[in-house]
Design a protein around this ligand. Sequence first.
Ligand SMILES: Nc1nc2c(ncn2[C@@H]2O[C@H](COP(=O)(O)OP(=O)(O)OP(=O)(O)O)[C@@H](O)[C@H]2O)c(=O)[nH]1
Ligand SMILES: [Mg+2]
Length: 360
Amino acid sequence: MKVGIIGLPLSGKSTVFNSLTGGNAAVRSWQSKSEEANIGTIKVPDERLQRLSEIYTPRKTTPAEVVFVDMPGLESDPASARGLDSVFVQQVQDVNAFALILRAFADANLPHPLGRIDPLEDFKSVIMDLILSDMSVIERRRERLTRDIQRGKEEARREMAVIERCAALLEDEQLLYQQEFSDEESRWLRGYQFMTMKPLLAVINVDENPDDSLLASLKDYLAGRKLQFIQLSARIEMEIAQLPAEEQAEFLEELGITVSARDRFIRAAYGLLNLSSFFTVGPDEVRAWTVEKNEPAVEAAGAIHSDISRGFIRAEVIAYDDFMRVGGDMNAAKAQGLLRLEGKTYPVQDGDIINFRFNV
Ligand SMILES: Nc1nc2c(ncn2[C@@H]2O[C@H](COP(=O)(O)OP(=O)(O)OP(=O)(O)O)[C@@H](O)[C@H]2O)c(=O)[nH]1
Ligand SMILES: [Mg+2]
């Protein structure tokens, strides 16, 4: 899974990135501006994986991973709104979701690029950039399709219907990822790489004494649009994340933070993206894999290797909880009928332990 961290300049993107990855990406002052994207990978903490590893004592234990891409600031200017630049679009092409950082901290030494602290307006402004960018993609495609339709191409007519529907939604300032599309529509839409098709998590970056009225209007707005958000104080979280592991827990406790930003972030991202984890176990490796919720077994197999998907015969599946209930003993699980044989279309559940049978 790959998450793009986006937002206006100086909203705290690199600070959030560092708090997630424990990294040391350069954080900026108002004079400077970042140009390059930073990339960092974190391992998804999962207690279940640890327990499985204790049972199998494998040579290798491999957690699921999330990659974060910390993007340069979006030069959003509502007066001359014209969408996103092509370098940005290129760089975020393969991210699965956006985390949009919203500045809700005041700091006289760090002037806001638009001259005011207003996370709600910032949110609207970035969203508008994403929408305009998608609209210009549609505009270009529309010209082409119009010509094809005139030449009597039936396919073009069907595709046009899909993008006209998207255009209407975007004009209504809806985000495409929140809409329902049929399988056929989704197939057409994949090719467009729409920015608003990527699920979005709003991250409200506050300081020690947040302005509650500012936050209330933002949260009302987000909730009203069924958008997911989390609130954190990136600078504090970054300082904690850069401490040695032993000291981190102590600090979090002192500050009364029960769950670190990283963990909250990952949980939110998993929920937002509708993801779950399954496990593979054995003496060589115990490993967690990330798949979409209810992904068919044959496609989940493809997360491991395309051969396993291609040569799929069946999946031997046991739920993590069932496995633990019989003391982590696979033979006992078999004897009690807890190990199931499932076919290609079986929807993989969070916590499934799977052994794929395949033949290539
Ligand atoms: N007071 C306060 N300052 C913060 C907070 N988060 C970030 N900052 C400061 O804001 C400045 C910009 O932070 P960055 O993380 O570099 O912001 P950015 O969005 O990555 O900036 P660009 O990449 O240049 O667009 C730094 O001086 C941070 O220390 C916060 O929660 N509170
Ligand atoms: Mg930055």
